[in-house]
Design a protein. Structure first.
Length: 493
């Protein structure tokens, strides 16, 4: 989310834009910041998807000479150590120039600030499908995905109470933080461990040196650093970030308190923001990553997104911010409901495609683009690219189907071999022989197949085949050792 901690950062942006416009004589056409755009100077906010430069929202930014503000530590990039300072899955904001090709550019500034840093309050709770885990850090509910979250110094299965984690991600409509990156810093030691928390100030009384963020008591003293807070104090109702030491499970001694807020206060000529849709009213009134958006005149990819967009969708929005509202030119789906876990048959790095064998003799082609995030969970190679994927590798892929029917990967993860899984829309009417087709893959069932409804309640095969219709989201699982017959078939929301 955008915050007032970006005031200086955005002030730089405004200066860059003014200089750029002056250098161009104030003329020339504008364009989109993100992939395929005309180019120009502006703001790009999204997850880091690759290195060799820095890839964000499909744009490869050269970073030599760019200032980097990473967790309030500032330095200058020489371009060679970006992957040591930044990481895959971090949500960053870049100010820079995008070339006319729309997929390359030069960064002037890069900013990263984690969303929360602190201890896991209790053992994470896993969903029935084993796909996500939920836990709390202070007043933030965090959701991690087995295949959709980047883990550093830990993994999905190892998360436990009192792990001290730094988390970056996107907030959903319920205020839950859907983690794109989780890094284990240490194990909690009260009175020693450094933490970060964001929230709204409450229960502050003039003349005192304490207040609350949610249920956490914050204390400050004469050496606490205040940023963007007049009078070196706080007021009830302010949204702030606090860095300090965790004294007890519900008390932090603040080293730094910084005023923050959502969205941009100033107009921005060109901006690209990736995030989750929240506060959706209609296509002319919703938010993405905390930024108010009007997409009434935008083009959507895929086109069906225009009528189907809703809270929780992961999208990228391009346009200009006018009077605090992002006037969208383009809205692209990112993330996606399609998931597949299977073995690689072939790779075509030049074409950017990977073919997976989902059922013996049946293959699914996965297409990548400049926004596909590719990581290696198996050997932790970093940076990792499609050129590192070989036949026989086991991949977990998440993505969506574009307007042309192509399966576009938002995220690819190389992992240890596991169960064969395919989640997607049913595309051929099921037959009496117990065959169901998902994305063109025909899946056989038999008397041992377990069928479940969308609430994970077992149902009979007769009920499943009597209810299923084209377009229903269904997941198929063939447990190892795979034999091509579904062990589980279930409806998904």
């Amino acid at each position: 989310m955008m915050h007032q901690s970006h005031k200086g950062f955005i002030a730089i942006c405004m200066l860059v834009l003014v200089v750029f416009i002056a250098a161009c004589g104030g003329g020339g056409g504008g364009g989109s910041v993100a992939g395929g755009g005309i180019g120009g100077t502006g703001v790009t906010s999204g997850t880091v998807s690759g290195f060799g430069s820095v890839f964000v929202n499909g744009i490869e930014f050269e970073t030599d000479g760019a200032s980097r503000d990473v967790d309030d530590e500032t330095d200058i990039s020489d371009g060679s150590d970006d992957d040591q300072v930044l990481g895959i899955g971090m949500v960053v904001t870049i100010i820079g120039t995008v070339n006319d090709d729309g997929v390359s550019g030069t960064a002037d500034s890069i900013e990263y600030d984690d969303d929360v840093e602190g201890p896991v309050a209790a053992a994470p709770v896993e969903d029935p499908d084993g796909v996500t885990k939920t836990f709390a850090i202070f007043n933030t509910t965090v959701v991690v995905g087995r295949d959709s979250t980047v883990f550093v110094a830990t993994d999905y299965d190892s998360l436990t109470q009192n792990d001290l984690l730094e988390i970056s991600g996107y907030f959903d409509a319920d205020g839950k933080l859907l983690a794109t990156r989780v890094e284990k810093e240490d194990v909690l030691v009260l009175g020693v461990s450094g933490v970060e928390i964001k929230g709204v100030v409450s229960e502050f009384f003039n003349g005192t040196n304490e207040f609350k963020l949610g249920g956490i008591k914050i204390t400050f003293d004469g050496i606490t650093v205040f940023e963007d807070l007049p009078g070196d104090t706080v007021e009830n109702g302010q949204f702030v970030e606090v860095e300090g030491t965790l004294d007890t499970a519900v008390s932090i001694s603040a080293d730094r308190i910084e005023l923050e807020d959502e969205g941009f206060d100033d107009d921005v000529d060109q901006i690209s923001i990736e995030g989750l849709v929240t506060d959706f009213n209609d296509i002319s009134n919703f938010k993405v990553a905390g930024q108010r958006v009007n997409a009434a005149n935008a083009t959507f990819e895929p086109a069906a997104l225009k009528t189907g967009i809703a809270d929780g969708d992961k999208v990228e929005v391009e346009g200009a911010i006018v009077n605090g509202i992002l006037k969208a030119k383009e809205v692209e789906q990112r993330g996606g409901d399609i998931r597949v876990s299977a073995v690689v048959e072939t790779t075509e790095p030049v074409a950017g495609t990977v073919t997976l064998e989902v059922v013996s003799g049946q293959f699914l082609t996965v297409r990548t683009d400049s926004q596909t995030q590719i990581e290696d969970e198996r050997e932790e190679v970093e940076p990792f690219a499609i050129s590192g994927i070989d036949a026989g590798d086991f991949l977990n892929v998440e993505g969506f189907v574009d307007g042309s029917g192509n399966f576009i990967a938002s995220q690819i993860e190389r992992d240890e071999p596991g169960d064969i899984e395919l989640r997607g829309p049913v595309d051929v009417p099921p037959t009496a022989a117990g065959i169901v087709s998902i994305l063109g893959i025909s899946i056989a069932t038999d008397g041992s197949t377990v069928f479940e409804d969308a609430s994970d309640v077992p149902i009979s095969s007769a009920v499943f085949f009597g209810d299923v219709e084209n377009g229903d989201l269904v997941e198929y699982t063939d447990k190892q050792p795979a034999d091509g017959i579904a062990d589980e078939v279930e409806f998904e929301d």
